[in-house]
Design a protein around this ligand. Structure first.
Ligand code: ARG
Length: 462
């Protein structure tokens, strides 16, 4: 079968493309995901053309109605996508022509696929930013719920994954609320910055038709049109910012995922994942595997990969549009899908998990976790310089370690043998409950402070 030249741009072509040319060139396989945005953009464009007297009202209405028919065919799954028509823009227009005939050819007045794709993609990415914002807020609420339930529960705090000082479960949960709040504000910033409409930049230089770019921008929910047509068609910062925000968010998710993997292990048992979020082993009946947490931990790989990939695509591209830029979409689609999936799964897991209060409390007291409290007491009660107090405490830790016990298990006599000034009062600070209660500094782990933060965030998220 000999291919005829492209009906959209084939005027100066005699032969159709090689099959491989068609395969490398086509984006319809993935950009069909922007069908709704494409049709929305075209409807706004047609209405504006009519308002400006560039199209007749009749033609514009026929086009706008026809586009809705195309959309319902696509959404109903009856639309036949064609690779020969390259992309979503030309697939939609060709079908429009089949449905309404001649007026379809007038839709592309004062427009190019360059500003068209830039507009469609912005609309698509903007939706995903909104979805990410909603998803992050949902996850913040799940962490808040955990924090509220266990604002007073003690657990070991870690540095180097070594027991450091006792903290509260609520405090640990609220650390993620803080991280996620920064993700939220990053997405919101990026959304505000990207909300400019490239439509009407045309191929690259603008157009000689008397279009109203402010009208199309407003109709599509943008704050304003982009101010430079060359930049309008060749800017993909919005996609890169989406990927950068997504990467940092996915990095945060990966950190909690890792904690879940550790905490749900038989060695830790700090949390029990619900059946809904655990998987079994086909050979080892005792296993409850945290597969979802592991997959979330891994998602950062593809999401940050997409960020790097698109950076590389855009790097060194001379202005304005080059076909390289068609490579933007699959990266963003994949990253967005996986970020939303990870956010949803993490929200489900956090909402469903049960903290094992007793196990955490026991672990909180182990590993000499109140050594700092002892040193602080020596400073406060006996007036020792902190460095000396640190040394005395270190000696006491070594003594307890040699005895195979914890600090509160040493007798007063054993303590006084190291420093004669130590009194009975010291035992008051060696308990983990006292330890966390004493950390009243702003942002500290005391239940009192944690509850203040919970109240603050509940108010913000209500
Ligand atoms: N499918 C193309 C893309 O995604 C649309 C723009 C085509 N423009 C062009 N000048 N060939 O980038």
């Amino acid at each position: 079968m000999t291919k005829t030249s492209n009906q959209m741009w084939g005027g100066r072509f005699v032969a159709g493309p090689d099959a491989i040319m068609e395969a490398i060139n086509a984006s319809i396989g993935f950009d069909k995901r922007m069908a709704r945005q494409d049709i929305e953009g075209s409807r706004a464009h047609a209405a504006m053309l009519a308002a400006q007297g560039i199209l007749t009202n009749n033609d514009a209405e026929t086009i706008r109605e026809g586009l809705l028919t195309v959309l319902s065919e696509i959404e109903g799954g009856t639309f036949e996508f064609s690779t020969a028509l390259e992309d979503i823009h030309m697939n939609v227009e060709a079908r429009l022509k089949e449905i309404i005939g001649e007026p379809a050819g007038r839709l592309h007045t004062a427009r190019s696929r360059n500003d068209q794709v830039a507009t469609d993609f912005r609309l698509w990415v903007r939706d995903q930013m909104d979805a990410a914002i909603a998803g992050i807020e949902g996850l913040m609420r799940a962490f808040l719920g955990q924090a509220e339930a266990g604002a007073e529960w003690v657990m070991p705090g870690f540095t180097h994954l070594q027991t450091a000082q006792p903290v509260t479960w609520g405090h640990h949960m609220m650390a993620y609320v803080e991280m996620l709040s920064r993700d939220l504000s990053r997405f919101k910033d990026a959304r505000a910055r990207m909300n400019e409409c490239p439509l009407g930049s045309a191929a690259l230089a603008g157009t000689s038709f008397p279009i109203d770019r402010h009208a199309t921008a407003a109709a599509l929910g943008f704050d304003r049109p982009t101010a430079n047509s060359l930049d309008g068609v060749s800017d993909r910062d919005f996609a890169l910012e989406f990927l950068a925000c997504s990467s940092i968010c996915a990095m945060h998710l990966s950190r909690f995922a890792e904690e879940l993997v550790i905490w749900s292990s038989a060695q830790f048992r700090f949390v029990r994942m619900s059946d809904r979020w655990s998987t079994g082993s086909s050979i080892m009946p005792q296993k409850r595997n945290p597969d979802a947490a592991e997959l979330i931990r891994a998602k950062i790989g593809r999401i940050f990969g997409a960020n790097v990939a698109l950076m590389m695509v855009m790097k060194g591209l001379a202005l304005t549009y080059s076909k390289d830029m068609q490579e933007d979409k699959e990266q963003v689609f994949d990253a967005a899908d996986n970020l939303m999936l990870a956010l949803a799964a993490m929200t489900g897991m956090v909402g469903d998990m049960t903290a094992n209060r007793e196990t955490m409390a026991k672990a909180a007291g182990a590993g000499f976790s109140t050594a700092t409290d002892l040193a602080d007491w020596l400073v406060r009660a006996l007036g020792l310089p902190f460095r000396d107090a640190h040394h005395v405490t270190g000696t006491l830790v070594a003594k307890a370690e040699a005895k195979g016990c914890d600090l509160p298990d040493l007798s007063l006599a054993e303590m006084q043998a190291v420093h004669e000034g130590i009194t009975e009062e010291v035992f008051g600070v060696l308990g983990v409950e006292n330890s966390v209660r004493s950390r009243m500094s702003y942002g500290g782990t005391s239940p009192h402070r944690v509850k203040e933060q919970i109240a603050r965030w509940k108010d913000v998220l209500k």
